[in-house]
Ligand binder design. Structure first.
Ligand SMILES: [Zn+2]
Length: 418
């Protein structure tokens, strides 16, 4: 149903930079022309089903009967663990933003009692427990471009919650003796590294589709287009393919993994979430992008560090290119520079250097871009210029963990011109 995204590698970088205009960037991301990067394409799928009508809200679901009481106790216990987990990122501003997006999507009366927990996990996942605790992983923030895309995921999870889907999963699993499956009920992945999309594995295919359709109703009520879901799923499909191809595997390998057996194929999802009148995907509104990026900016270093730790050059590069094509951003340019510099071939240094320079030409660039630029220049033979860039970094970050090491590396170099 979906044409594979065109493959592209170094050539796209040239396109990106050729159309990147630092003067426009100085005026802010909204003023810069979007680069011509190949984007995921979704063909017309099955007609979009009728959007369901939201039922009146009855208040946060209360446990009914023994099974639900058991499930709630489990959920309360897990929420206590979540709250104290070392993986929890305590960023009140980000939690508030996530809550605000959820509230806009599902309406203020529905969202009131929801508690948000941001967990430092580099995979795409979110889960809502039946007691109203919502867990969002940092890997979701890396792959999402805008508030409306974040809303798609939050609304989907909220739909499982409103429809009490966890109860069926709980009853099914209680009958089976499969203890490994137990942990997946409440959103904890079985084997995180097996899949980009861990979690999401315990609901039935019908429940997943019901949650998708109910989430469309929420989005419509909030004035967001259902296209956001298609855009997000198409990007994830593109990432899965880029990861597989860079590892020398068949492109659709990760899409056909057994992990997806119990819920709609990502490709079906991208198609049936697409509004019938939409022929080609358009970018999110820049205001939704800007608000979203501002909200995640504080945790970008952690998001990127964890993503780089996954050793997925192909998928990481794909996501960065897609996000940069929507609007330039100093953190994303820095991230792409780091991705290439860390891979470390001489050609990679040539690719990384202009990315750091483009980041530094934008307002809000982090001093780490001077560090990356300096190290890449030194590696490519431009030692004096590189040393001076590293010194600029050290002047801005005298207490950086690597400050002593870098200072000792360049202590014998001649001083830089003021
Ligand atoms: Zn689901």
């Amino acid at each position: 149903m979906i044409r594979p995204p065109r493959r592209w590698a170094g050539g796209a970088l040239g396109l990106l930079l050729a159309s990147f205009n630092p003067a426009a960037a100085m005026a802010g991301p909204q003023a810069a022309a979007p680069p011509a990067v190949p984007r995921p394409v979704v063909e017309a799928g099955e007609a979009q089903p009728d959007i369901v009508v939201l039922a009146p809200w009855q208040g946060i679901p209360q446990p009914r009967g023994k099974d639900e009481e058991g499930l709630w106790m489990l959920a309360d216990d897990e929420e206590r663990q979540l709250a104290q987990s070392a993986r929890r990122l305590r960023d009140p501003a980000l939690e508030a933003h996530v809550k605000e997006v959820l509230c806009r999507a599902v309406g203020p009366e529905r969202c009131g009692d929801v508690r948000i927990y941001v967990m430092r996990m580099p995979l795409f996942n979110a889960a809502m427990r039946p007691n109203g605790a919502m867990e969002v992983w940092t890997g979701l923030f890396f792959r999402t471009a805008s508030d409306d895309e974040l809303a798609v995921v939050l609304a989907h999870e909220f739909a499982h919650f409103e429809k009490r889907h966890a109860l069926n999963a709980y009853q099914r699993l209680r009958k089976s003796a499969n203890s490994a499956a137990w942990v997946s009920i409440l959103g904890v992945p079985l084997i995180p590294e097996l899949s980009l999309l861990a979690g999401f594995t315990s609901f039935s295919r019908d429940q997943e589709k019901e949650a998708d359709l109910l989430s469309l109703a929420y989005l419509k009520q909030a004035g967001w287009s259902a296209e956001a879901g298609t855009r997000l799923w198409s990007r994830l499909i593109g990432e899965a393919r880029a990861t597989a191809v860079a590892r020398g595997q068949p492109p659709d390998r990760l899409l056909k993994s057994g992990m997806f057996d119990t819920h709609p194929d990502m490709r079906d999802r991208a198609a049936y979430l697409k509004p019938a009148e939409v022929e080609a995907l358009s970018d999110p509104k820049l205001e939704d992008v800007a608000r979203y990026r501002a909200a995640i900016r504080a945790i970008m270093p952690e998001i990127l560090q964890d993503q780089f730790g996954r050793n997925d050059f192909g998928g990481t590069d794909y996501i960065l290119d897609q996000l940069l094509a929507i609007a330039p951003d100093p953190d994303l340019l820095l991230a792409k520079g780091e991705l290439y510099r860390r891979r470390g071939s001489p050609r990679d240094m040539e690719l990384a250097i202009p990315l750091y320079r483009a980041a530094l030409a934008m307002p809000g660039a982090r001093p780490e871009a001077w560090r990356g630029l300096g190290l890449a220049l030194v590696r490519s033979g431009a030692r004096q210029e590189g040393v001076c860039a590293v010194r600029t970094y050290l002047a801005a970050r005298p207490d950086a963990p690597d400050a002593a090491l870098l200072s000792s590396m360049i202590k014998d170099d001649p001083p830089c011109a003021p």
